[in-house]
Write a protein that binds this ligand. Structure first.
Ligand code: NAG
Length: 424
């Protein structure tokens, strides 16, 4: 299944990152023992790194150590970062100061895990089934040990694991329908391969959260797990960049790196942007679609979270005011913002219910903001055309006045000319 890369002869022109989005954060509660980390004691005696961030336990630290060594043995470099618990969320912090324009982490292609299914790019269950086949590969254990398990918050936040009632709480028929299709696909694949549907769903969600789509100059579209790079949390405003460099030296190789686009201090958490934002310096400025700027429906279905940054709110707003979004607007109108706030203040709310309510609350905020912006714009348009009419009237009067003057001048010129002629 791992494809040979020793194919020769292709030119090395385009090497484009299609979707470089992943997510990996959060600590784990009780989960399947082999893939989650148990609750931990902190160890303040080590005075770790920063106020915010501290490695949560010896278990976690050991797992990270094993992982970092494993990455290094495969030719990668994780020495600039370490895993940390940041307000209950797992993420990467700088282990030392990192200068602007230098690599934060690097992973060679040979350290990636190829879960592509050649000729079947469109079926999201194909790489998921491949991931399941790799799961017990002893060679990959240090990485697989870091993957959030089925009962981890990372996975519980994915709509695929919501109950019907929790799906309804999203108040977004489009997401519910898509989730049903994904659930059905997982059930079908599990049936065909005599697997547990829940395992296939876990794999599909893990791939959605963590796999990168990369266009190789030789193999075309690849779905890759890039161990370590999938541990950065998301921040729509993060400037640090994912880069890939392909080289052809007998065989095709590539290096994936995250490059610092601002200086990073030791102990700071480092994040990357999964989904773009129209208002980033490299953003499209307005009507971007696809990976240039994700809607919250995409954030939720890929990563299981809701992004409340300004750019995403604008992208959601533009999506929600479209005529075809009428069923979503109708569905959102069933509850009020006040009801959502009240429900969210209940600390006993389950993770899926909380995620669903955060999602619909954010959609309502975006829809309202867009409708208000559109109303203002329409008003401005109306006012502007009134001004324009006035300006046109003034311009016309001015032109008539100029024409009168010109005619008067010409008349005067003619009169002077006749007078001069008469004098002769
Ligand atoms: C980093 O790279 C950018 C773009 O090439 C450049 O403008 C900037 O000055 C560089 N910063 C440093 C500290 O070298």
């Amino acid at each position: 299944m791992r494809r040979s890369r020793a194919k020769v002869g292709a030119s090395l022109l385009a090497a484009v990152f299609a979707l470089s989005r992943l997510r990996a954060f959060l600590t784990f509660t009780a989960g399947s023992p082999d893939r989650s980390w148990s609750p931990q004691l902190r160890h303040p005696q080590r005075g770790l790194r920063s106020r915010l961030c501290a490695l949560a336990s010896t278990t976690e630290e050991n797992a990270w150590q094993r992982f970092a060594e494993w990455v290094a043995a495969r030719g990668g470099d994780m020495a600039n970062v370490e895993i940390a618990d940041i307000d209950g969320m797992r993420g990467l912090v700088a282990a030392r100061d990192i200068a602007e324009n230098t690599s934060i982490v690097e992973i060679p292609l040979t350290a990636s895990i190829d879960i592509s299914e050649p000729g079947n790019d469109a079926d999201p269950s194909a790489p998921a089934l491949n991931l399941l086949k790799f799961l017990d590969d002893p060679e990959l254990k240090p990485y697989m040990d870091l993957l959030p398990g089925r009962t981890s918050p990372d996975i519980s936040r994915m709509p695929d694991f919501f109950s019907e009632e929790e799906l309804e709480m999203l108040q977004c028929p489009e997401v519910v329908q898509k989730t049903h299709r994904r659930q059905q696909l997982c059930a079908t694949r599990a049936d065909e391969s005599s697997l547990d549907t829940e395992d296939v769903k876990w794999a599909l969600c893990t791939v959605a959260q963590r796999a990168f789509s990369v266009v190789s100059p030789i193999d075309g579209l690849l779905r890759l797990l890039l161990p370590g790079i999938d541990l950065f949390n998301h921040d729509a405003h993060a400037l640090h960049e994912m880069r890939v460099r392909w080289t052809l030296q007998g065989l095709v190789t590539a290096t994936f790196k995250v490059v610092a686009r601002s200086p990073i201090k030791k102990g700071e958490e480092i994040r990357i942007c999964y989904g773009g934002d129209p208002f980033r310096p490299d953003g499209c400025g307005g009507d971007c679609t696809g990976d240039m700027a994700l809607t919250n429906a995409a954030y939720l279905q890929r990563y299981g979270f809701v992004d409340d940054c300004f750019g995403t709110t604008m992208v959601d707003g533009k999506w929600l005011v479209k005529p075809e979004s009428e069923p979503i607007r109708e569905s959102l109108a069933a509850t009020s913002a006040e009801e959502d706030e009240k429900l969210l203040s209940d600390s006993s709310l389950s993770i899926p219910a909380k995620t669903a309510i955060q999602f619909r609350r954010q959609l309502k905020i975006a829809l309202k903001a867009q409708q208000e912006a559109d109303a203002l714009k329409a008003k401005a348009e109306a006012a502007k055309s009134e001004e324009q009419k006035q300006a046109e009237r003034e311009a016309k009067e001015k032109a008539e006045e100029e024409a009168r003057l010109k005619e008067a001048n010409a008349e005067e010129a003619r009169r002077q000319l006749f007078a001069a002629l008469e004098e002769k």
